[in-house]
Design a protein around this ligand. Structure first.
Ligand code: HMG
Ligand code: MG
Length: 306
């Protein structure tokens, strides 16, 4: 059956904004995150502590993060690629971090300037240190379905990297369809293969990471893919307010699944999220005005009556 409750991992301020070429003022980012939290989102991925030349939009992480101090009861994870990124996050008091691996060599090179295994070696001490500091650690895995340079990605290749991230001690794995090419049959097949490999662990002594899904909506399949994942027991779903997003290092990556589209579907299924859809949609509308173009989310547009 389907889960009674889904935790939405909101990625708009990070995955959504990282692809915007015009720099969004830090006060606007802080207000965006505050409004998302006020709309009932309990996890809002705030920013990345990556090299500022690689993602100029998020170069203001040191300025932004302290502005979020007043938000209580909200998890504010941040991306850290390496030891330097973790140091920056720890210095600001971050309690939750994410490393981001790739299932393909092409994207590992484009996104991290490393091989797949070279990136895993870079993450291992980062995850270990973060765990020692008592932080929650998410392991993203990109290109779980298709890669713009390599085409369809074999399921075994994904399972291997998931196992490595699980072995490091990640609390959660987020399966990324970075370029939005997945379809529900592929989602069923990947989750079945992961189950065979013991992910997530089942039974009374279950230990190890939970699974989350991270769909981009390039081919309009993100919601169908999400439903397929829910049918496989996944209860954490990544989404981006208003459908903002893309990845600067993956050609043809468009926005993430829009959080409003997700909430509309989950509301209809009677699955709890704690999100106030009207407040969320108004936030995306406000953000779209700041960015100067309408939200691509069908639900945001329908609710605004446009
Ligand atoms: P590199 O060039 O190999 O870096 O990049 P390096 O380790 O050789 O270091 C070079 C210089 O960068 C050094 O400075 C370091 O100190 C500095 P120098 O000694 O030359 O003066 N440096 C840093 N500075 C600030 N913060 C840091 C940092 N690290 C090194 N953290 C690196 C390697 C990982 C740094 C680079 O490739 C990078 O920053 N990549 C980030 C790319 C990124 O953020 N991509 C988007 C997020 S992933 C995504 O969107 C997918 C996801 O949504 C899921 C999905 O959809 O699939 C998560
Ligand atoms: Mg993404």
């Amino acid at each position: 059956g389907l889960p009674a409750r889904v935790r939405i991992h909101e990625v708009g301020p990070r995955d959504g904004l990282q692809n915007e070429s015009a720099i969004v003022p830090v006060e606007v980012k802080a207000e965006f995150i505050g409004r998302l939290a006020a709309a009932g989102l309990t996890t809002v991925e705030a920013t990345s502590f990556v090299h500022p030349k690689w993602v100029p939009q998020l170069a203001d992480a040191e300025e932004l993060y302290p502005r979020l101090d007043g938000l209580s009861g909200v998890r504010l994870p941040v991306l850290v690629p390496n030891a330097r990124g973790l140091e920056r996050a720890l210095a600001l008091g971050a309690r939750e971090v994410a490393v981001f691996a790739s299932a393909t060599e092409s994207f590992a090179h484009a996104n991290l300037n490393r091989t797949v295994d070279g990136a895993l070696e870079m993450f291992e001490p980062v995850v270990a240190r973060a765990k020692r500091e008592g932080l929650r650690v998410r392991g993203y895995l990109s290109m779980c379905f298709g890669d713009p340079w390599e085409g369809p990605v074999p399921v075994d290749q994904v399972v291997r990297v998931c196992r490595a991230l699980a072995g490091m001690g990640c609390d959660e794995l987020s399966l990324g369809d970075t370029i939005g090419v997945a379809t529900p049959g592929h989602v069923h097949a990947l989750l079945a293969a992961l189950r065979t490999a013991g992910l997530p662990a089942a039974g009374p002594s279950a230990a190890g990471p939970t699974l989350a899904v991270h769909f981009h909506d390039t081919y309009g399949q993100a919601l169908s893919n999400t439903l397929a994942a829910l049918q496989n027991g996944v209860a954490t779903v990544d989404a981006s307010a208003g459908g903002l997003g893309g990845c600067p290092y993956a050609k043809s990556a468009t926005g993430n699944l829009a959080t409003e589209d997700l909430v509309w579907m989950l509301n209809g299924l009677g699955i709890e999220t704690g999100v106030d859809l009207a407040a969320l949609s108004a936030t995306s509308h406000w953000m779209a005005e700041r960015l100067g173009r309408p939200s691509p989310s069908r639900t945001v547009r329908a609710l605004a009556g446009t």
